[in-house]
Design a protein around this ligand. Structure first.
Ligand code: SF4
Ligand SMILES: [Zn+2]
Ligand SMILES: [Zn+2]
Length: 309
């Protein structure tokens, strides 16, 4: 099998694109794909500062590596969720990645913030699934860090597999408001929010894993223990089976939705005008934002537990 770009021996075959590449040409293909996604969706420019949310996994580190190589001005943001060995390993790998390349990394450890709450403590106190608490905490701290650092954009490593699985889940349950918001660029709905972008939305998990391997990126291979049994994994598995039989179907599903389906949902009611949370000052539809409500609930539940003990 020969590289489709230079005719050297290919080491990667991409059935979804009906192509194959040698190592340098795959690296070029990956970075060019990221650049094209950024341009196609007008995500950001070379004049803007980009905060890259990195988890220590292959996608976010591959994204950061590609953005740096494409000449963008970036800083990393690592959020320590307090999830035992998984969080320790992912923080170690993220710090090592940034140090080796001389990149600036901001680290926010949830246990050490003023609220002092890691995800396991929130889940235990409120008896909510960890991922639901995690989503609220991540959004809040990503928004806060981007605002505090004066960044124009927050980039995350969501890849094609994530986006296609999310789309399938939203279609399965006809989640109209979520379908309206499923775009690779979310423009801010309040001056204290920044633009949120997903430059890997057309890049498959296989491609980012291959890129990370070929670039010598040492990423955390283990998944978060809380992801076991997640519904999204069922959707990913279904889409992988479809992809195996019909290469390219994942990208077609998402890309066709974005070009032809998404405009049909754009008329779904937008969120109400946002004010600012009385407790933390971040944008909120009510007096208190979802994050602060969750923190208050933890306090209440803990007080009740002490009172009943
Ligand atoms: S699997 Fe759940 S708890 Fe773990 S990082 Fe993802 S959202 Fe957070
Ligand atoms: Zn080549
Ligand atoms: Zn708040």
């Amino acid at each position: 099998m020969k590289c489709k770009r230079c005719a050297e021996k290919a080491i990667v075959q991409l059935r979804s694109h009906n192509t194959a590449f040698c190592k340098p040409c795959f690296v070029f293909f990956f970075q060019r794909g990221v650049e094209r996604a950024i341009t196609r969706e007008a995500m950001f420019s070379h004049e803007e500062r980009i905060l890259v949310a990195v988890s220590g996994g292959k996608d976010s580190l591959a994204l950061w590596d590609a953005l740096v190589n494409l000449g963008y001005e970036t800083e990393g943001l690592y959020l320590g969720l307090g999830i035992g060995d998984y969080s320790s390993a992912s923080e170690r790998k993220t710090r090592a990645f940034a140090e080796r390349r001389g990149l600036r990394l901001r680290v926010v450890a949830l246990d050490e913030t003023e609220d002092g709450l890691g995800i396991p403590s929130v889940a235990a106190a409120t008896r909510r699934p960890p991922c639901s608490a995690c989503g609220t905490f991540k959004r809040h701290h990503f928004d806060r860090a981007a605002l505090a650092g004066g960044f124009a954009v927050l980039a995350t490593g969501h890849n094609l597999d994530d986006e296609a699985a999310r789309l399938l889940g939203n279609v399965m349950h006809w989640q109209l408001p979520y379908l309206a918001k499923q775009r690779p660029v979310l423009t801010p709905t309040h001056p204290r929010f920044v633009r949120k972008v997903r430059p890997l939305y057309r890049t498959s998990e296989l491609e980012s894993a291959t890129y990370a391997f070929l670039r010598g990126i040492d990423y955390v291979v283990e998944e978060c223990p809380n992801s076991r049994g997640a519904t999204q994994l069922v959707y990913k598995d279904l889409l992988n089976r479809l992809e195996h039989t019909m290469p390219g179907s994942k990208l077609a599903f998402l890309a066709d939705f974005l070009s032809r389906g998404s405009p049909l949902f754009a008329t779904a009611p937008e969120a109400a005008d946002l004010g600012e949370c009385e407790r933390c000052g971040m944008p909120s539809a009510g007096e208190i934002c979802g994050y602060c409500r969750l923190v208050a609930e933890v306090g209440r539940r803990r007080a009740q537990a002490v009172a009943h003990s």
